[in-house]
Design a protein around this ligand. Structure first.
Ligand SMILES: [Zn+2]
Ligand SMILES: [Zn+2]
Length: 249
């Protein structure tokens, strides 16, 4: 759904101006409090205990300090229930400068979530390769793990989550199971990059769906060029279009 269909009146913000209490917590914790308040309607007490880890020594004061500084009082509780985080970010951006702080914190959450996903994808792939003992992957693969995580994040940030060759998007096809997933192809073979520290995500990394990626690496003696494969996919799509008339893309 387009975010513009979701634009509705929001209650006026009532910021309390108490920055000192607001600054006490990290961006990550503040972002989680805002998220639970806006999307899940959790109580201040719940957030103090489960997010801010205050051992029940408060009456919800700590998360209240965060939310009141931003001006998001009880009338914001659960206001975005059922909406996607990315949609809400667009709505708040559209509302302007007053929401800038909240928007930045929510974006931080998106980023943190993608990092987690990428790490767990890489761990799962390494596990499938069969050598690593569960829970020991970071240790076992050391530098390779760090390098793969970093490169994949760079590639996603730069090129997004659609297959560069065929346009396939995992979330469109597989819903929540495909969210934030894409494989990353290294244009220069990795063995020659082992010593090079810097990878240029613009020129060296390409996001690919699993099918296109496998086709590129199918032959052990010849790695296909990304443009070559794009050409072939395009040709075959056109052929399919002509033979079946209105064959759906
Ligand atoms: Zn593809
Ligand atoms: Zn590859």
């Amino acid at each position: 759904m387009n975010f513009k269909d979701q634009i509705f009146e929001l209650p006026p913000l009532k910021p309390n101006g108490r920055e000192r209490e607001f600054k006490y917590y990290s961006d990550e914790l503040k972002a989680k409090v805002i998220f639970e308040h806006l999307f899940n309607g959790k109580t201040h007490r719940w957030m103090d205990k489960n997010i801010l880890d205050t051992n029940g020594n408060t009456n919800g004061r700590n998360s209240a300090n965060i939310l009141y500084y931003l001006g998001m009082k009880a009338d914001y509780r659960g206001i975005f229930k059922g909406l996607k985080l990315s949609t809400v970010i667009k709505i708040l951006e559209h509302k302007g400068q007053d929401y800038a702080y909240a928007v930045n914190l929510l974006k931080f959450l998106v980023e943190a979530e993608i990092v987690q996903t990428v790490k767990s994808d890489i761990e799962a792939e390494m596990q499938e390769e069969g050598k690593a003992i569960e829970g020991n992957i970071k240790y076992y693969y050391g530098k390779r793990y760090e390098r793969d995580c970093k490169n994949r994040m760079l590639a996603i940030k730069k090129h997004g989550l659609n297959c560069y060759v065929c346009g396939f998007n995992f979330e469109e096809k597989y819903g929540k199971y495909g969210k934030d997933f894409i494989e990353v192809h290294h244009i220069k073979p990795l063995s020659t990059l082992e010593k090079a520290v810097e990878i240029n995500p613009e020129t060296d990394l390409v996001p690919l769906c699993a099918n296109c990626h496998r086709m590129i690496h199918r032959r052990k003696d010849y790695i296909l060029n990304v443009d070559e494969l794009s050409e072939v996919v395009k040709e075959n799509r056109e052929k399919a279009n002509t033979s079946y008339g209105c064959y759906p893309k």
